[in-house]
Structures are given as C-alpha cells and as structure tokens.
Ligand binder design. Structure first.
Ligand code: NAP
Length: 251
C-alpha cells in the first residue's frame, strides 16, 4: 500500500517540484495551498501525480499559519488516506523585504506565523500519527524548508531570517526527541531559487544577484526536489541541514 505524505505550500515553485518528487517516490500526496488562485495549479499537480506516477493526491486549501486550519488539513489527510502519515514536508513560506524600522507588527507576525508557527503546528499535529507506526525499519520523515537566511543574516529580512533560523532549531530538537522512534527530521536551506519569490526581480537585478553566487547562476526548483529525494531515502541521516546554494554559504 502506498505511503502518505503531506506537503504545505505544495502548489507552486519549490512546493510544486517537491510534490512531484513525492509522487515519483511512490507516495500518495496531500497538497496544501492557501490562495484561491492556486487551486487550479494544485489540481493540475494532483492530476499529473496520478497520470505520471499512478499515486493518489488530495488537494486541501488551508492557511497553515492558523492552528485550526492545520487541524482541518491533517483531518482531511486522515479521512482520505488513513491514520498512518509517513512524511510531512513543511514548506509554506512568505517573505517581506522591509527595513526593521518601517516594518509593521502585522507584517512580521505574518511571516513568523506562516514560516515558523505553521511548522510547529503541523509537526505537533502529525507526529502522533507517526509515532504510532514508525520504526527503525519503517521510518517516518519530517522535512522542513528553511533558507540560507536561517544560516546567515540578510539585510531587510530580519523577520524572515528569524523564522528560518527557528526552523533549524525545531529540526534539530525534534530530530533528537524522535530519533529512537524511527522518525527522522531534517531541513533543506535553499539559496536563491527561481520561483515566484524571485520573478518580480528585473533582468539586470537577476544578473547582479547571480554574480554574487560562486557558481554564477540561480538555482532551479529541481535542485531542492533532489535534496528532498535524498533525505527521504537516507535512513541514517537526521537532524541535518542540507543547503543547495551555489556555494554562497558554506557550513
Ligand atoms: P512561492 O513560489 O512563493 O510559493 C510559496 C508557497 O507557500 C505557495 O504554495 C503558497 O500557497 C504557500 N503558502 C504561503 N503562505 C501560506 C499559508 N499561510 N498557508 C498555506 N500555504 C501557504 O515560494 P517558493 O520560492 O517556492 O518558496 C517555498 C519555500 O522555500 C518557502 O518556505 C521559502 O521561504 C523557501 N525558500 C525559497 C527560496 C527561493 O529563492 N525561492 C530560497 C530559500 C528558501 P499559494 O500558492 O496558495 O499562495
């Protein structure tokens, strides 16, 4: 029987590539999105998953910055695929680009609630459904999307960097707490990846950004999906942060 994976923010960009990777690896996938405009995108991913990989997919609208929405998301996953959840990919994220004097409390709370609190909520709700069936030989996994902003400071991104560094703390703590129960918890900290987050940037600025990267180019969503694939199939790896970033940050 196919295993079950839930991915938050699975509708676009890195999330889309990771949703498809989960299907390629044979998981039934619960694709979460938030914006009405992303329903059609999510439905198209679900269709592709079934056509190309023969797995089932469920599309669920939920604002994961809210605990009640996370509860509804997990409930929907269990109703469709049963109590045993095998993989949770916490990926939903937003960013502000604002200096710390002008940023409003509402703006930074929104970033923390979306990027960090949602990871806590979802882990808190899903782990009870992992501990009941995980083991050394049948492992469950949580993969958290952090960022190089969680490893180094970025100007005008204090809220984002706080959230992404927090995710690394959460990853390491949960990895230790659940290591003996057959549950692995790891993080991916992407560098600059071409998604909607970067599409607003004009060609000149993109060139300048690329010039700051030692490898000289902006990454692709497939680079992050590849890291996900590795982490899901690496039974002795837990509590780690993998950073596909073109050499911009070395750990
Ligand atoms: P993106 O294209 O803007 O996609 C963001 C995803 O998050 C969308 O699926 C969006 O859903 C979802 N989302 C946002 N807020 C949500 C909420 N409250 N509830 C549920 N879903 C929500 O961004 P991306 O570049 O793929 O980023 C994905 C992750 O990678 C984020 O955590 C981001 O911080 C991280 N990251 C990205 C880069 C980069 O260079 N792109 C670098 C480092 C880290 P809707 O489609 O419904 O809006």
């Amino acid at each position: 029987m196919a295993k079950t994976a839930i991915i938050t923010g699975g509708s676009r960009g890195i999330g889309e590539a990771m949703s498809l990777k989960l299907g390629e690896l044979g998981y039934n996938v619960v694709i979460n999105y938030r914006s009405e405009s992303s329903k059609a995108l999510s439905d198209a991913i679900a269709e592709k998953l079934t056509k190309e990989y023969g797995v089932e997919a469920l599309v669920v609208k939920a604002d994961v910055s809210k605990y009640e929405d996370c509860e509804a998301l997990v409930k929907a996953a269990i109703e469709k695929f049963g109590e045993n959840i095998d993989v949770l990919v916490n990926n939903a994220g937003i960013t502000n680009n604002c200096n710390f004097i002008d940023i409003t409390r509402e703006q930074y709370e929104n970033v923390i609630n979306t990027n960090l609190m949602s990871f806590l909520h979802m882990s808190h709700l899903v782990l009870p459904h992992m501990v009941n069936h995980s083991s050394k030989d049948d492992q469950c996994c949580i993969i958290n999307t952090s960022s190089i902003g969680g490893l180094i400071g970025v100007i005008n991104q204090a809220d984002y960097c706080t959230s992404k560094a927090g995710i690394i703390g959460l990853t390491r703590a949960l990895a230790l707490e659940f290591a003996g129960k057959g549950i692995r918890v790891n993080a991916i900290a992407p560098g600059m990846i071409m998604t909607d987050m970067l599409r607003g940037v004009n060609q000149e600025e993109l060139k300048a950004l690329a010039a700051t990267i030692p490898q000289g180019f902006i990454g692709d969503t497939s680079d992050i999906a590849g890291a996900l694939g590795y982490l899901l199939t690496a039974p002795y790896v837990t509590g780690q942060v993998i950073s596909p970033n073109g050499g911009i940050v070395q750990q």
